[in-house]
Structures are given as structure tokens and as C-alpha cells.
Design a protein around this ligand. Sequence first.
Ligand code: URA
Length: 281
Amino acid sequence: MPETILATQQQRIEERLRYYEDLGIRLFYRDREATDRTPAVVQGSPRSALVEASLLPKPKTEVSRKPAPHAEPVIAPRAASLFEVVDKVADDTLLKIRDDIGPDCSRCKLHRGRHKIVFGDGSPSAKLVFVGEGPGADEDAQGLPFVGRAGKLLTQMIEAMGLQRKDVYICNVVKCRPPENRAPEPDEVAACSLYLLRQIDVINPQVIVCLGAVAAKTLLNTTRGISSFRGEWLEWRGRKLMATYHPAYLLRNPPAKADVWKDLQRVMAELGLQLPKKKSS
Ligand code: URA
């Protein structure tokens, strides 16, 4: 039997909705638990449809309110990013950060499907840090970043720069594998961001390279598409940052490798690196 509401309750709901309407509130969100219950109907009254309709936002054509004279357009202030407001942690080390994450972190829902936490790998005094998105299946199995197919391509890119993986530091925005390799969600990024910030602060590299949109958007606190700033020098907590395409994207779009190589050559110039000499046979 569906739940019923009395006509008096119905009237009170309508009054309350009119009151909200007068306040300019037209958008209502459904209580998740309530959606699991059977919807209420008004006994013997066609007014339930009216209540339902009142809960929907009104079509724009019905709203013909003029703006108040001299009203300034309201622009929501950009929320300050953690990366802009958190000070460097005194006497921090990579070991302390790893300890703080703990052996069995459950700060976000990614822990449910995770096998290994992928903290990061490479030189603690690297001049160059690569930041990826999050571990994939191979990384989750081994506990090391960028060891799968995309990782092999990253290794080749690093070697083309005349470096070895051990010379740089490689880490990710989130330390646990997102299911089905989906992009990490905002709550997951938020739960892990402080550790990434501390890792980069401790290493204090000259250059940070963001691999792909997730890393770039997270560190730069922007929603802009990566193509609009890829290959440009940007600033992050007093250091040079460049965003380039993710190696996984290059596996699907090999022609984009040329752009990434151009970006990496700019990074090499910044670090004073020469192209490695070809081995003579
Ligand atoms: N992709 C990433 O972003 N990070 C990894 O560690 C592996 C694949």
C-alpha cells in the first residue's frame, strides 16, 4: 500500500513550497533514502501532481525577474586550493609521509579494491618529478608507479632525455588504484592531496611535469582543458611546472608524441640536459 498524506498536510506542504518560492528557492534535492521509499500520494486528490510539479525547477520562461538596479554580477570566488594555503611541513621526509599514510590507509573508498599502496619511486633529491593520475592494475600489483604499458613508454621518454628512472621521482595524484582505471573522484583526490604536496615539497624539484589532465588540474586547481596550457611554463609553490599528455594517451594517439617530445626538450633545456649521444656501432 502506498503511503498517504492527508489533505491538511498537503496544504501545509503547498504553503511551505510557496514560502520557498517567495525566497527564490526553486531547486530541491531528493533525500536519497526517501527515493527508496514508495512515493506519497494524496488520497482521492489530483493535487499530488501539483506537489510533484512544484518540486521541479520552473522553466526559465516563467521567471521574468528584473535584476535589482545597480546589482553587481555575482561571481563565486574560486575556492583556495590546498596547494596554495598549506605551508611546508617542517622537518618532513618521504619516510614520514609514507608512515603517515600508514600500512592500510582507508581515508577514501579506493582502499576497498586496492592491493598495494603506490607511494612513489625514484630519487628523493630529484630535480625532476613526474606526477601521474593514479595506479593501474600493474602498479597496484607491484606497489610501484608507472610499471605497466604506459610506464614503459614513460621510461623510454625519461631515457630519451638522457636520464634514468632512478634520477627522477615518479608519483601519482592518488596512491590507490581507481576501479576499472577510472579517473579519481574529487573526494579521493582530496583525501590524498596533502601527501602529494608533502612529497613534492620534500623533494623540492626544480621542475614538475604533470602527466595528463588529472595531475595538471589537481595541482593547478583549474578546470581548463590541458591542451590550452600544455607545454607552457607555469608556477607551482615557487617551482616550475609543465603539463604534458599522459603516456596512456600517447599509446592511443601516437602522433601526440611529437608534442610531448617538444615539451620534454623544454624541460631538458631548463635542467641543462643534453641529448644523449647515439651509441656508435
Ligand atoms: N598511470 C598513471 O597515471 N600512473 C601510474 O602509476 C600508472 C599509470
